[in-house]
Each structure stands twice: as C-alpha cells, then as structure tokens.
Design a protein around this ligand. Sequence first.
Ligand code: C2E
Ligand code: MG
Ligand code: MG
Ligand code: MG
Length: 280
Amino acid sequence: RSKSAGRNCFTVYDEAMSAELVARNTLEGDLRDAIARCQLELHYQPFVDVIGGGCRGFEALVRWRHPSRGLIPPDQFIPLAEETGLIVPLGEWVLRRACADAATWPAELMVAVNLSPIQFKEAELFEVISAALRDSGLPPERLEIEITESVLLERGVENLAFMERLKSIGVELALDDFGTGYSSLSYLTAFPFDKIKIDKSFIRNLTHQPRSSAIISSIVTLARGLDMSVTAEGIETPEEFERLTALGVNFAQGYLLGRPQPVDRIEFGASVQPSRRDAA
Ligand code: C2E
Ligand code: MG
Ligand code: MG
Ligand code: MG
C-alpha cells in the first residue's frame, strides 16, 4: 500500500522503491515481534545536580537488540514505530520497564521517560502511566516525563488538561530538545513544565560560538523567573561542563558524566562528577 495511492489515480513503483518497501515491511514485522519477544532494552544515562553534586536520576533510552542486526538505536526505529502505531505498545513497555527498574534504585533517584507525540493522542495514556506507577510501586514524584514541543502544537487544550493531571499526582514534566523546534516562548507559560532541557546542538556550539552563551544564559534567567529548572544535555567536554556551571544550569547530562548503560551496569555509588584531574 503506497501512501500516495489514495491521492493519485495510479502509482508507479521503481525497483528501488519496492526494495525499500520490502525492507520496511520486514523491519515493521520484526519490530512487532521484538515487542512480543522482549528484544527491546532500556539503557540509562545519568543526570547530575550541578550545584548539590551527585546523580539526581537517569533517563531511560530504548534500544532494540535485533537478532541479526545487533543493537539498533532509537532514531532508527522510533519513527517507524510512530508511523505504524507500534509506538503505543512500545511506549507502554518502556514506561512499565523504567518504573519497575527505578523502584529498585536508591529512593532519591528519579527516572525520566521520553514520550512520543503519538502516545499523546491515546485517550488511555494517563491510565497507562498510573498503572505503571501502581504496579511497580514507584512513587509518582520519582517519575519525570519528557516531551518535545511538537506535542504542544496540536490539541493544546487536551494536552494541557493531561499535563495538569500528571502534575496533580506528583509526576514531573520536562520539555525536551528545547531550542530545536518552533520554541514559542508562550509554551513555557502555557504548560506546567518543571524543567527545560536545552538541546545538545546549543551545547556543541558553546565553546566556539560566544552567542550560544548568551542564549543559554537567557534560557536560565527565563526558567528561573518561571520557577523551572534547566538541564544541559549532550555535555562531552570538561570545558562545556565548566561553562554551563558558570551559566547557572541546574542539571547536566552527557557522555562526559556518563554514557547510557544497561541497567545492570549502573553503579549507584560511583561519582558522576568529572574529577578535578579530568577537568584539568
Ligand atoms: P533525547 O531524549 O533527546 O535523548 C538524548 C540523546 O542524546 C540520546 O540518544 C543520548 O544517548 C544522546 N546523548 C547523551 N549524551 C550525549 C553526548 O554527550 N553527546 C552526544 N552526541 N549524544 C548524547 P539516543 O539514546 O540515541 O536517543 C535518541 C532519541 O530517541 C532521544 O532523544 C529520544 O527523542 C528518542 N528516544 C529514546 N528512547 C525513547 C523512548 O523510550 N520513547 C520515545 N518516544 N523516544 C525515545
Ligand atoms: Mg529525552
Ligand atoms: Mg533531548
Ligand atoms: Mg531528541
């Protein structure tokens, strides 16, 4: 079935197109099986409290352990999952797994879960989240939901009600990839976010583009005025970490502080602050 079949009177497939279609259908079938056969896994990346020091929690990042292709990163299957609707069962699995894992961690640690805009269209999303919390025993205050701006573009009123409902039970809300989309500042006042996550593209430019510092420092000021905290994501170098600390971000995340790891490799006792020696 071609996407354009409904709109055009006829559709011409060339060989490349049909090969692509076959590959896609195979991947779609595989992904359907993957959910049933438990081939998905969550890796966890720490985020660090810049002022207090130490780990504040972990972001759950899904991977697909494909029997022949190896470990597939989310960018290579989330879009397909979204197009096919498989994101709904996949997203529910992620929520349940992440809550169950976090329930076994030290009580001060949060878990952050990414939600797709497609999941927001599901009427039962609130029930899915509350069931994941109830069944795992994880206190709602330890769950943070990350959403991107694209969620806010449609269904503003329904989404606001949904977000208020999550907040009312204690779940935290983070605006992910801030600065990459439309970034209407009105979103920040219209929706009850606790946290803004500045996209890694700004962090990447930080050390060679002085203007990025100005942007980040404005976001920090804005967030403070709105009683929100700020995370800088994608920190790779000690220089970036130092600059962001000076600019007043609250939380830091990135390869410098810890790569995403399978749950059994997390070392809760280990320091995730870059040491003086590393920073020198
Ligand atoms: P995101 O939520 O913005 O996650 C951050 C991404 O940046 C992750 O990529 C992470 O591994 C990567 N990252 C972290 N630190 C660094 C760094 O220092 N340098 C660089 N270059 N990258 C860094 P990953 O795991 O490949 O995930 C990509 C995206 O896939 C995520 O972006 C998120 O939008 C989506 N995603 C991941 N897991 C899920 C999920 O369970 N559900 C949904 N709906 N989306 C997910
Ligand atoms: Mg995220
Ligand atoms: Mg992000
Ligand atoms: Mg992203």
